[in-house]
Design a protein around this ligand. Structure first.
Ligand code: GLN
Length: 454
């Protein structure tokens, strides 16, 4: 009841697109009944969570924050959300996001910006971005509207919003969480993961989201480790790598100080610090912004006004005109920009110069990490090159917006588990995040380092 009330009173944040109090209450009642009957409680019995509106939820509108899917009510449940309900959790509502998960500030949503609950302490009262694309999730958790939420991360969309709002979030190894029923952005990168107030809550949620699913061809056929059980804040015997190339030009001194603080914390926890080199880091962002739009342009071809979602059929229009009208109206500017970039880099004349080249770079980046693992177990970096910026500040400049992903995209391209945990506040009193990147399948190592830092 407390969470349902808070959600209903926090409209100014615009974090929830749909509220589903009955769903949350049903889970709470089921937990009460089980408790009264002396039955064993499910792992998430009665826990009310928020669901990023990229996950299809049976009978509940799922929009990907796009006009294209406004009013779309799935007849099926995504595997990840279904697992959470099976574990006893209930849904408080569907959370706002960047349209089709494209963005870093939650400003590309058709349903309006999400406003971070944080404000600068130094007078500037401008509303701040909650990060993106999982900005509804981050704002809702930071404002204590829900104890946890789902996110998805294609190039940083769990980690960067977590960093901007002082919460934790983990993107597991690619293939840990099923993509089935998650609206597709860039299928070779998309991963679901939890966002929560702390590392333990992330571990608990992830255990109940992950697992093999035959309905996702890239799902990993592996058991789900008991990550919560394995939590251990001692890093004795661990070597933590500090990648030289992440010291980018013009790195704000506060971000450098944050990084140094993180290094001191993991040293205190017993880790040995080693400097490592990831020489192709500077090509990660350009490779990502070729590969992700290329896949997006292919994935989004399904929104043609025929099968489901919006259909604009002007009087007397033929099929081509119906496609054009529907897409012109249904997709937002950023989504159109990605489709243009994607179709361009995949076109016959430019395919080799851009798409093939980006795929080769992706392999080099993955090999950089493989070499780094010869001398370290985990990597520690800042999550983002800045604290939260003001809403509107970067909106007119897509390149400035894309640059905010500089530290998160390399792990995405390599499919590695990576987490953001709060690392303290900057001079304006805004949260900063530290990122831990792990070897494939070493979510436990990542979570443990997060625990040592938080
Ligand atoms: N900001 C990145 C983008 O716009 C990442 C988004 C994501 O991870 N979904 O593509």
């Amino acid at each position: 009841d407390a969470f349902i009330t808070r959600v209903s009173q926090a409209k100014a944040l615009n974090a929830f697109l749909v509220e589903t109090p009955d769903h949350a209450l049903a889970a709470a009642k089921e937990a009460d009944t089980a408790r009264a009957a002396g039955e064993a409680l499910k792992p998430l019995a009665g826990v009310p969570i928020g669901m990023k509106d990229l996950f299809c939820t049976r009978g509940v509108q799922t929009t990907a924050a796009s006009h294209m899917l406004e009013g779309f009510i799935p007849q099926y449940e995504s595997t990840v959300s279904g697992k959470l309900w099976e574990a006893g959790a209930g849904m408080l509502g569907k959370l706002n996001l960047d349209q089709f998960a494209m963005g870093s500030s939650n400003e590309t949503s058709y349903f309006g910006d999400v406003v971070s609950p944080w404000r600068r302490a130094d007078g500037g009262n401008a509303p701040l971005a909650p990060g993106g694309s999982s900005g509804g999730s981050s704002a809702a958790i930071a404002a204590r509207l829900c104890p946890g939420a789902t996110g998805t991360d294609t190039g940083g969309s769990i980690r960067q919003p977590a960093a901007f709002t002082g919460i934790s979030g983990i993107k597991p190894t690619y293939g840990r969480c099923s993509r089935w029923g998650v609206v597709a952005f860039a299928s070779s990168l998309d991963q679901a993961g939890p966002m929560a107030r702390d590392v333990r809550d992330c571990a608990i949620l992830l255990e109940n989201m992950a697992g093999f699913d035959a309905k996702d061809a890239t799902s990993l056929q592996l058991d789900v480790p008991r990550w919560e059980h394995g939590l251990d804040a001692s890093l004795a015997g661990k070597r933590i790598g500090i990648p030289r190339e992440y010291r980018v030009d013009n790195m704000p001194s506060e971000i450098e100080a944050l990084w140094q603080q993180g290094i001191d914390w993991v040293k205190d926890a017993g880790a040995e610090i080693v400097e490592v080199s990831l020489p192709h880091t500077k090509y990660a962002l350009p490779a990502y912004y070729i590969i992700a739009p290329a896949e997006a342009s292919s994935n989004l071809a399904r929104y043609d006004g025929v099968r489901y979602g919006l259909r604009d059929l002007p009087e007397g229009a033929n099929l081509q005109e119906m496609y054009a009208a529907t897409r012109a109206d249904g997709f937002g500017d950023e989504v159109k920009r990605r489709i243009f970039i994607g179709t361009y880099v995949l076109s016959a004349g430019f395919y080799d110069a851009y798409y093939t080249q980006a795929q080769k770079v992706r392999t080099l980046i993955a090999q950089d990490f493989e070499r780094a693992w010869e001398s370290c177990d985990l990597l520690l970096t800042p999550t983002a090159p800045s604290a939260a910026f003001a809403l509107g500040e970067k909106q007119a400049d897509p390149l400035a917006m894309y640059l905010n992903d500089v530290f998160t995209v390399p792990a995405s391209l390599a499919g590695l588990p990576a987490m953001s945990v709060p690392g303290g506040l900057d001079k304006a009193g805004l949260p900063l995040g530290l990122q831990i990147i792990g070897k494939p399948l070493d979510e436990q190592g990542v979570l443990n380092a997060g625990l040592a830092i938080e």
